[in-house]
Design a protein around this ligand. Structure first.
Ligand SMILES: Nc1nc2c(ncn2[C@@H]2O[C@H](COP(=O)(O)OP(=O)(O)OP(=O)(O)O)[C@@H](O)[C@H]2O)c(=O)[nH]1
Ligand SMILES: [Mg+2]
Length: 338
């Protein structure tokens, strides 16, 4: 499917967002820029004239903006939220991830669907406001009851996880920006076979494995990656997944050291601020940075100095299985508090 991409002058990380477009299965056919919203008539004509299957806005649109643009251009319209959700959907394997996504989609679509229903009902029932209102309300209550069912399911998953958790075990989570190599490192540490791909959001659901390090059992979690501009509403249904990170004794913050230093710094800042937002308590949880993909660059140390990394870190190549023994030692020392 061909996509027409729409950008604003302040749209950041365009390349990263285009990678999401490709991962979602669309081919970029053309790009247009808009200065501000609402989009002017002339621009809308230009968009519909481009003949793509879908128009993808790399920034958020309100339900009514999306509604108007769809009507005016006669094309399917997606905004950044829809795009991320589509990638999530394509990568969701577990039942829990599927429920999380359905809930996110429902919450997202509710105002849009209601707008559509109310416009249709009003045109189909002119002067019939009583019946029309009834149809609108019954739609709303159907959506609400589906939402309540999904929330209940998620709570059950959460409770089940809670009861399975063995309080005496040490929990170590691999966390970090999407595509930094968390799953590859998970496999290197645990000899698992977790999917690792050069695509954003390959992992959506926490995957756990038990490791034995120096005679102690450690539960290792592979978790969902972070990304800049991730819509906040999308994070809410993933709270159970985030909880896995919050409840860790140790977080291994995985960083792709082969990227531009500017990008390394920006992504690390985003990860650290996400840790704060999801409520990580630095008194309870230690964080060690793992500089990954060292096989790709020669100047790893210079990059680390330039990025101004002052806190504890270690260097590995998850793919080439280099630095893994040392990382195991660091995990062990950190859990023993030495
Ligand atoms: N050269 C090199 N590539 C690596 C290394 N570690 C991971 N990769 C590659 O980086 C890409 C992303 O790896 P993943 O392990 O899927 O990354 P992730 O952080 O789990 O990504 P998401 O689950 O999508 O957030 C894959 O193509 C890996 O093969 C490494 O040490 N060296
Ligand atoms: Mg992964």
């Amino acid at each position: 499917m061909d996509a027409l991409i729409v950008l604003k002058p302040d749209t950041k990380d365009v390349e990263e967002k285009l990678a999401l477009v490709t991962t979602a299965g669309y081919e970029v056919r053309d790009m247009v820029r808009v200065k501000r919203l609402p989009v002017k008539r002339g621009k809308l004509d230009e968009m519909s004239g481009k003949g793509s299957d879908v128009i993808i806005f790399l920034f958020p649109l309100s339900p009514s903006q999306k509604f108007v643009i769809e009507k005016e251009t006669g094309r399917a319209v997606m905004d950044f939220y829809d795009l991320v959700l589509r990638v999530f959907e394509l990568h969701a394997v577990s039942q829990e991830a599927k429920v999380q996504i359905e809930l996110a989609r429902l919450r997202r679509e509710m105002p849009y669907v209601m707008k559509e229903v109310s416009v249709n009902v009003k045109s189909e029932h002119p002067g019939f406001s009583g019946g029309g209102e009834y149809i609108i309300h019954s739609h709303a209550s159907n959506i609400k009851s589906r939402e309540a069912k999904l929330e209940k399911k998620l709570r059950l998953y959460e409770m089940r996880k809670e009861s399975e958790r063995d309080r005496r075990e040490n929990v170590v989570s691999l966390a970090g920006y999407t595509n930094s190599g968390k799953s590859t490192l998970f496999n290197a540490l645990s000899h698992a076979n977790q999917a690792a791909k050069n695509e954003p959001f390959t992992t959506l659901q926490t995957k756990s494995r038990r490791l034995y390090i120096d005679g102690t059992t450690v539960v290792l979690n592979d978790t969902i990656g972070f990304i800049s501009d991730l819509p906040v509403e999308l994070i809410a249904p993933f709270r159970a997944t985030m909880k896995d990170i919050v409840e860790s004794d140790l977080i291994l913050l995985v960083v792709d050291v082969s990227e531009r230093v500017e990008s390394i710094v920006k992504k690390m800042d985003l990860c650290l601020s996400t840790f704060r937002e999801i409520g990580i308590d630095r008194d309870r949880t230690s964080i060690i940075t793992v500089m990954n993909k060292t096989d790709l660059v020669d100047d790893v140390d210079e990059r680390i100095t330039e990025a101004g990394i002052k806190w504890p870190y270690t260097k590995v190549s998850a793919l080439k299985r280099e630095g893994i023994g040392e990382l195991r030692e660091i995990i062990s020392r950190s859990l023993r508090g030495v």
